[in-house]
Write a protein that binds this ligand. Structure first.
Ligand code: PLP
Length: 746
């Protein structure tokens, strides 16, 4: 069963609201503008819902319009207030909005301000560390303002605005006042008419009504300009045939609010929230709440955990079938910080790592019990993966290779369970704390911290890592290799090194061997997927580069897996054979068609005007093949079932991280399917094993949403696995029942 804790985004529709909507579609389907009996019934229903809303909202003599939702309500209110300002004798200077307002508000202000040619100054009202408006600032600016927009409660943090304080700060101001009541509906008494609020938008889908229905309160006498002109519905204030099923459903929700019994009271909600907060603190020691709970809606918790990204937490919660939301939106390359938390002045890590957990007022104890239990399970899963700094020694012993990527830069952790030792290759400063904590938690000794070269875009953080674990590196060279040894043993594997001057004078590859032979090579930036390391740095040796590439081939051959120092396009690994096809210059060198000087000149030409990477970092090579050209490798459920029918023993690969794999189910696809759990971070190690598979072996990767599995499938295809697929939409789109049926059918 899914536990849905994202009510501030949207809610399910109450059963009685669904029934009311169905009735308004099937039986009482009239158009309220029609004058026959069917129409009159619809009108009566609509009038009844409006009267109920008036009582619930304390709307008094004000107007209540039905419209599509809060975004439309906000546009209408802003258009109305700004149109009046345009026609006024004395134009004010300012349009003010709370800095943590929903984006619909500042965007509407800027849009209509420009469109109406007002060109007033649009300014955010600062908020304090507690998320509340700076009332002194507001007081100082109120006299010059034409419209002030403040929300009743914030959707990200749940912080409740001090509406009476704002009203006092506006005393004497000519400004109109809009209060976004979306998150307050059903949770706070708004007393619209008692306060001097001019406009208040509401949205049905935040309180158990369907999407597409909303309300706008307009104070009696406040200026009004319709957004939609047409058939004259809603007294010509909002034309367009009314959304009767939405209105009927909203009516059922308001009826439940008025009658009591369905919605929990504030004290009960607070008790629920406190239990969730306690479960979170227990599961994630060190967790910080991003807003003072006593100032927040009793249904919202916004938090961050030091050292854990919001992406990691979302994946973890989702695997436990707990739906929460990231306080910050994630773009492809980087997590965007939350502008709400930024406005509150929170530190950067907190603004980027926030998670929001929100529930609606229709909730019972058993739901909260289950949510708390799953939160605790999430915490345990992290501890087993050594991701909980406060709980050393509870982890499962790690073995093998893990890859970390920060803005395209790769760092590798090579662990050996038998000797309880680990080697880090190309440490990154952003990972120092995480790696140190991992080592402490596993109780592993650090055998070496190796750099493949002195990096152009960052200083080595090897020293910091040694310091963080309070050990000395011992006698090592500038790249961290222990002096006077030729090979570095790690259980039954060992590393050797190979000098490859070019990208830098000191560029070195580390070669990993086991009893079966050479397994893979950490090649730094000498050969990256789709690029050769740039050779125009001060510390580069461009004339030595071509020879180094030939030496690399001589020692590792063309099929050994190469693990790069940078991987901007999520290709994970490569081989000289693959890169020879992708990079003409490399092909020329390996074929002996170009000499050292010619190669250096050709590279210099490639590196001219090298742009920054998508991560705004210095590009470490000129990329010559584009990720867009990679074959589409997604597969839907129906095609997957057909594939399983043809290849009952296909390889099904769960690429989620171990802390998710421990919690979640996998698709049911018949008993012969070979299953492998290979987290994306462990893909490089698995790629070596899969090199021995026939290249046409069907391999289907899956994850939560289809993003990570798409990365894995693309990487596999690039390495020659022509039948590598990614399950489209991931587990999220997999109909559980259908998956089970499929299992029976196959
Ligand atoms: N205002 C707030 C505070 C919200 O949370 C939202 C929805 O996320 C909106 C406005 C926009 O509402 P709607 O989805 O009805 O357009």
């Amino acid at each position: 069963m899914e536990i849905y804790l994202d009510a501030n985004a949207t809610t399910p529709v109450l059963p009685q609201a669904r029934e009311a909507a169905m009735a308004a579609m099937a039986e009482d389907f009239g158009n309220p503008s029609s004058v026959h009996s069917t129409g009159l019934k619809a009108r009566a229903l609509m009038d009844g819902v409006r009267a109920r809303a008036r009582r619930v909202l304390g709307a008094g003599q004000g107007r209540l319009l039905f419209l599509s939702g809060a975004t439309e309500g906000i546009q209408t209110a802003v258009l109305s207030a700004l149109s009046a300002l345009r026609d006024a004798d004395h134009r004010p200077e300012l349009l003010l909005y709370g800095a943590t307002e929903h984006k619909a508000v500042p965007e509407a202000l800027k849009h209509w301000n420009a469109l109406l040619g007002l060109n007033l100054t649009v300014l955010p009202i600062p908020v304090g560390r507690d998320g509340r408006h700076d009332l002194a600032w507001l007081r100082a600016h109120a006299a010059r303002a034409g419209l002030v927009c403040t929300m009743a409660a914030n959707n990200e943090t749940g912080v409740i605005s001090d509406l009476d304080g704002i009203a006092a700060a506006l005393a004497g101001s000519p400004a109109r006042w809009m209060v976004d009541g979306v998150q307050a509906l059903g949770k706070l008494p708004l007393k619209l008419e008692e306060r001097r609020i001019d406009y208040a938008p509401f949205s049905g889908h935040k309180l158990y009504a369907p999407k597409g229905i909303g309300l706008l309160y307009v104070r009696e006498g406040a200026p009004f300009t319709p957004l939609l002109a047409g058939g004259g519905q809603e007294g010509a204030w909002r034309s367009g045939t009314e959304n009767m099923s939405g209105i009927a459903a909203l009516g059922a929700v308001l009826a439940a609010l008025e009658a009591g019994g369905t919605f929990c009271d504030a004290a009960t909600l607070q008790a629920h929230r406190d239990r969730l907060a306690a479960a979170l603190q227990e599961a994630f020691p060190g967790l910080l709440f991003n807003a003072p709970t006593e100032l927040c809606l009793p249904t919202t918790l916004n938090f961050a955990v030091p050292g854990l990204s919001s992406k990691l937490l979302l994946d973890l919660f989702d695997a436990a079938e707990l739906r929460v939301s990231g306080g910050s939106a994630c773009s492809a390359a980087k997590a965007q910080p939350s502008y709400v938390l930024e406005a509150m002045g929170l530190p950067a890590w907190q603004t980027a790592a926030s998670v929001r957990l929100s529930f609606g007022p229709v909730v019972d104890r058993s739901f909260i019990d289950e949510a708390c239990a799953r939160i605790r399970v999430c915490g345990e899963s992290l501890r087993e993966s050594c991701l909980d700094p406060s709980a050393p020694g509870q982890a499962l012993p790690a073995d093998g290779l893990t890859r970390f990527v920060v803005d395209g830069a790769c760092c590798y952790l090579l662990a050996d369970a038998s000797s309880r030792r680990a080697v880090v290759v190309d440490p990154l400063p952003e990972l120092t704390e995480r790696l140190a904590q991992w080592l402490r938690c596993q109780g592993y000794a650090l055998a070496a911290v190796l750099d493949t070269h002195s990096h152009g875009d960052h200083a080595s953080s090897a020293g910091d890592l040694w310091q963080a674990i309070q050990h000395e590196a011992g006698s090592v060279d500038a790249l961290g290799w222990p002096r006077d040894i030729k090979r570095l043993d790690l259980g039954d594997r060992w590393l050797t090194r190979l000098a490859l001057p070019g990208h830098t004078q000191d560029s070195t590859a580390y070669l990993l061997h086991d009893a079966r032979g050479l397994r893979w090579a950490f090649v730094g930036d000498t050969v990256m997927p789709g690029a050769l390391g740039r050779s125009d740095f001060e510390q580069s040796a461009p004339l030595a580069y071509a020879d180094s590439l030939l030496r690399l081939r001589e020692v590792v051959g063309e099929q050994t897996l190469l693990l790069p120092g940078h991987d901007y396009d999520d290709r994970f690994a490569s081989t000289l054979a693959v890169e020879r096809e992708a990079q003409p210059l490399l092909a020329d060198v390996l074929a002996g068609r170009i000499d050292a000087a010619g190669f250096a000149a050709a590279k210099a030409a490639l590196e001219q005007d090298l742009a920054m990477t998508a991560y705004q970092t210095v590009a470490c090579g000129a990329r010559v093949d584009s990720s867009c050209s990679l074959a589409a490798s997604e597969i839907g459920l129906a095609d997957l079932q057909a594939l399983v029918a043809r290849h009952p023993d296909l390889l099904l690969i769960d690429v989620r991280e171990p802390y998710e794999q421990r919690l979640g189910q996998a698709p049911q696809l018949g008993t012969q399917v070979r299953r492998q759990a290979v987290a994306l971070s462990g893909l490089p190690e698995a790629l070596v094993q899969w090199q021995s598979l026939p290249p046409d072996t069907p391999m289907v990767c899956f994850c939560r949403s289809g993003n990570r599995s798409a990365q894995a499938a693309r990487a596999l295809r690039r390495l020659g696995h022509a039948q590598a697929w990614s399950l489209r939409g991931g587990l999220a789109l997999l109909p559980r029942a259908a998956a089970a049926d499929a299992a029976l059918a196959i």
